[in-house]
Design a protein. Structure first.
Length: 724
């Protein structure tokens, strides 16, 4: 072969390899590191992808074109690597698996119970399994949409800092690629992940310019955060502005656009959610709680058709699902661009948040209280008392509580299908330990998990609040011509007594005593000042200082003063948004931690009074001489026949259902309020749930206890008057 033939042969081979690389290799090479990083940052999504891929391929479901486009949009927004058909198939299979399990287990229980006379088919259990299967279908069917919203809220909380850092960087270096690279390294995930993907697509040849790659990414945000798109378009247009002053004005305009846009969108949101949240409280909390007061009488009038199991099904499954659905609709409408921006996983104390030790400690404390609450059931329905040589129940007189009356501690009644109860006063008091133990378990464990992390976050925010003013002072000193290596000592003197004083003294000490460069004095992983001040704002500000000093002291001074000004504006807007949300948040918080527990506790007292009066009347008729014991009021004897005690829902179970429902309401509404106020913030949500469980739970238990005692006393006085 001559030289031309050799060149032609290898040119064809290289061209073929390049075509293969362009068509397949780029996507594969760009997705390996990207997916690895995404899976490390979002393990929850990875688990969903794993289950969807494994179970979603069992049955192929063909979606309508409209539904397929909708699901594909949500899956793309949530960065989920599954198909719409797999997502819907997974929801359908979860529904079918739980439903078939419910059917087969119901038939199995019925066949096992066929040896007993009058053994009915467990329709209630089957209905419960159907409700659970429907919930699972809805939960997994809406999972892509919820994950898309979660991703959007997380990413959008970093939008304002992203535009801010881009503008600051491009003020001294008009290079969009380097600016995006800088921003992607100094803001937090998941928006940083997206910006790195923008750079990756440019480096792998998917796009020919950084502007094309960025514009392709911004298409994703056009429907939900148009102000973010407009800001980046203004930044792009500044690249083509020859006049320096006009270029800076355009960059500043880009930041103002996103700040104004976020404020206007949140303003509209606060106005639109007031009515839905009011309806949620009335329909999901007030009406169900008031309806509980009628359940004891309704169950007696209907001849026992309403059982305590129906109450648990309604108040601890169906109504919480209804409340969750309504709150989800409120959260899905929340605009992005505002909220807590710190990433929980990057906190050095994150290991305490994921630790299982708090659950173990809380369990050891709370399980004994839970067992106390189960004592009435143990005495009434198990052979344990016989093993211990004890009675299944005792009268008040037998245990030295004769002043409480002639009734029994637990008061079980004999119905057609066996023992019913407990209806007793002491049993009702013991039932309070069950919601108490559950609420304390979560309150203690959540508090232990988040206590130090919340303190660390609050300290960092306080530090950043002071650092904003210090940045302005630092910029002024640099503008006077003071070298950056010397300016830290002077600023430390001017901020004496503040938290930031130590930061500037550490930097100065590293430079003067250790002979470090300015960058090492700040960023050294062992002795740098940032080791003691883990703040994203401080780190980014100092990185901008290092970059801008290379352009001159005047440029560095302008950069720091710009950061100070814009951060101050951001803080003002955040305060204004919190003021707008204050009415909604405070109303719902007071309803959740005060009105709902107070109302529920009073209802428990009323229900206990109704049951207690009927129980005492029955006791007086059976053991006190018939109608003569009622002072000749024969009509009251007819009332006891109309309202059979055995057909009523025992207050013991009613109180447990209400107590657990209050705990569920705290979980659901706290998550909603945190999302409304701060976006996706797991740390704050967990911490506030612990606080609200203590406030709301303790108020409910105190109100219920006082109501039970007061109503029982009133019933004793009323019956004492009737009995003469």
């Amino acid at each position: 072969m001559d030289v031309n033939e050799v060149l032609a042969k290898y040119s064809r081979r290289i061209e073929g390899e390049m075509n293969d690389y362009d068509s397949v290799g780029v996507e594969e090479s760009s997705s390996v590191d990207y997916n690895k990083f995404k899976n490390e940052m979002m393990p929850e999504m990875s688990r969903y992808e794993k289950w969807t891929r494994s179970l979603g391929n069992i049955v192929k479901i063909k979606l309508a074109k409209k539904d397929e486009v909708k699901f594909a949009k949500h899956l793309s927004a949530a960065h989920l690597d599954v198909t719409p058909s797999e997502a819907v198939s997974f929801a359908g299979i979860s529904f079918m698996l739980v439903l078939f399990f419910g059917i087969f287990s119901s038939v199995g229980f019925w066949l096992l119970g066929s040896d007993f006379p009058n053994s009915p088919f467990p329709f209630l259990y089957l209905g419960l399994m159907f409700v659970v299967s429907m919930f699972l279908f809805y939960y997994f069917y809406s999972m892509p949409k919820r994950m898309a919203v979660k991703w959007r809220l997380k990413a959008s909380s970093q939008m304002v800092p992203a535009i801010l850092y881009t503008v600051i960087y491009m003020k001294h270096t008009s290079n969009l690629e380097r600016a995006i690279s800088f921003v992607s390294q100094h803001i937090e995930e998941p928006l940083a992940l997206d910006l790195r993907k923008v750079l990756w697509d440019l480096e792998t040849g998917k796009f020919s310019s950084i502007r094309d790659s960025l514009d392709s990414y911004l298409e994703f945000w056009k429907e939900t955060n148009m102000e973010f798109v407009e800001s980046f378009h203004l930044i792009e247009s500044s690249l083509y502005e020859p006049d320096e002053n006009r270029r800076v004005i355009i960059l500043e305009r880009a930041l103002r656009v996103i700040l104004d846009g976020v404020y206007e969108r949140m303003l509209k949101y606060t106005h639109t959610i007031k009515a839905p949240l009011t309806n949620l409280y009335m329909l999901g909390i007030v009406l169900p709680t008031l309806g509980l007061a009628l359940l004891p009488l309704a169950s007696a009038l209907l001849g026992g058709l309403i059982k305590w199991t129906h109450v648990f099904l309604l108040f601890n499954l169906i109504i919480p699902f209804f409340v969750y659905y309504m709150t989800l609709q409120v959260m899905l409408k929340r605009p992005g661009g505002y909220g807590e921006s710190s990433l929980l996983e990057k906190n050095p104390l994150y290991y305490k948040y994921v630790s299982k030790k708090p659950y173990l400690i809380a369990g050891l404390i709370c399980v004994p209280f839970f067992l106390i609450g189960l004592i009435p059931l143990v005495f009434g329905y198990t052979p344990v008392p016989e093993w211990l040589g004890m009675q299944s129940d005792y009268t008040f007189a037998e245990v030295g509580l004769g002043f409480l009356g002639d009734g029994e501690l637990f008061q079980f009644e004999q119905g057609e299908n066996g023992k019913v109860g407990p209806f007793g006063f002491i049993a009702l008091l013991m039932s309070l330990f069950i919601p108490f133990s559950i609420s304390m378990f979560f309150a203690l464990s959540f508090s232990m998990r988040t206590k130090e992390l919340i303190k660390s976050r609050n300290d960092t925010k306080d530090l950043e609040g002071e650092f904003n003013s210090s940045l302005f002072t630092l910029g002024n000193r640099l503008g006077d011509g003071t070298p950056a290596e010397i300016v830290f000592a002077k600023v430390a003197e001017s901020v004496r007594g503040q938290k930031t004083e130590d930061f500037f003294r550490i930097v100065n000490s590293n430079i003067q005593s250790m002979g470090m460069s300015l960058e090492d004095a700040i960023f050294n992983p062992r002795r740098g000042a940032l080791v003691y001040y883990p703040s994203n704002l401080i780190a980014t500000s100092m990185r901008i200082l290092i970059e801008s000093v290379k352009k001159g002291l005047k440029v560095a001074a302008q950069s720091l003063m710009s950061i100070s000004e814009y951060v101050r504006n951001m803080q003002k807007i955040n305060e204004r948004l919190r003021d707008l949300l204050a009415d909604v948040v405070s109303d719902m918080k007071s309803n959740m931690t005060f009105l709902a527990p107070l109302l529920a506790g009073i209802v428990v007292g009323l229900a206990s009074m109704i049951t207690g009066i009927l129980g005492q009347l029955k006791y007086m008729l059976d053991f006190g001489g018939g109608e003569d014991a009622l002072g000749g009021l024969a009509g009251l004897g007819n009332i006891t026949q109309l309202f059979e005690l055995v057909n009523m829902i025992p207050p013991y179970f009613l109180q447990i259902a209400i107590g657990v429902y209050i705990i569920q309401v705290v979980f659901i509404l706290t998550g909603t309020l945190v999302t409304i106020d701060a976006g996706e913030d797991k740390l704050r949500q967990t911490n506030i749930i612990a606080k609200n469980l203590i406030r709301g739970g303790m108020l409910y238990l105190a109100t219920a206890l006082l109501s039970i005692l007061a109503m029982y006393g009133l019933a004793r006085v009323a019956l004492g008057g009737i009995g003469g």
